[in-house]
Design a protein around this ligand. Structure first.
Ligand SMILES: *Cc1c(COP(=O)(O)O)cnc(C)c1O
Length: 222
């Protein structure tokens, strides 16, 4: 795909997205040149799903890019991204949160994190069930972790053409966010992120409160 087309898509998206919605360009599987083209069109938030790819692109590209980690994160890979990652979207266990905290301490920073919630019907998607998420937060030990900061939740809807099902899943995620916010973050304005919506379903996600959409193929492929 031509680099100028990537730039045009970025500009068109920025012109139409509602205020308060952050566009994350998911550059996984796409070369540094494609990221550079999007960067030149003004894009600053990019997402990758593998630690090695995130690190390689961070090294090769301008340093004012916000790098989002959106894939399944293994504990033994946290150390590679901890020094620079802008937001980890995929916390799916307390163990992983503890490792991010440990590596955050080594890197002398507080790493922003989202809890990944499993709302889709599919078995294969990672994430905490709503009940596991409630239990993790109610347990309370996360409050002792000084080198992470919980900023919100991330979710993926089922991969289906059924718009009502997708809307129902995003609505469920939004309700869970509101519940968690009320119970655990009522006095914390920074717990404010719902990362939801990909190329095929982002308008539905936005209508259910998404603040961060993650678009790959609609920017880099079609
Ligand atoms: C690949 C990926 C995306 C982007 O998906 P598209 O359908 O290409 O927009 C978003 N979120 C996650 C977690 C992904 O792995």
């Amino acid at each position: 795909m031509k680099d100028n087309t990537i730039g045009e898509k970025i500009k068109a998206l920025h012109a139409t997205l509602p205020q308060g919605v952050t566009l994350i360009a998911v550059s996984k599987y796409h070369p540094v040149e494609a990221v550079q083209a999007a960067y030149e069109a003004g894009q600053r938030d990019f997402g990758e799903s593998k630690a090695q790819d995130l690190t390689a692109k961070h090294d090769a590209l301008p340093k004012d890019i916000n790098w989002h980690f959106i894939g399944h994160l293994q504990t033994n890979k946290v150390k590679y991204i901890a020094p620079f990652v802008h937001l980890i979207h995929s916390i799916d266990s307390y163990k992983l949160l503890c490792e991010v905290n440990r590596q955050g301490a080594k890197a002398e920073r507080r790493i922003p994190c989202l809890l990944q919630i499993h709302i889709a019907q599919e078995e294969t998607k990672f994430g905490l069930t709503p009940q596991e998420c409630r239990e993790l937060l109610a347990q309370g030990e996360w409050r002792t972790l000084d080198n992470i900061e919980l900023r919100g939740i991330m979710c993926m809807a089922s991969n289906t053409d059924d718009q009502e099902q997708i809307a129902g899943e995003f609505s469920q995620a939004q309700q869970l966010f509101n519940e968690i916010k009320e119970h655990h973050f009522a006095d914390n304005d920074r717990f404010s992120i719902i990362s939801a919506g990909m190329s095929d379903d982002y308008p539905i996600a936005i209508s259910h409160g998404s603040t961060h959409i993650r678009l790959g193929s609609s920017i880099f492929c079609e």
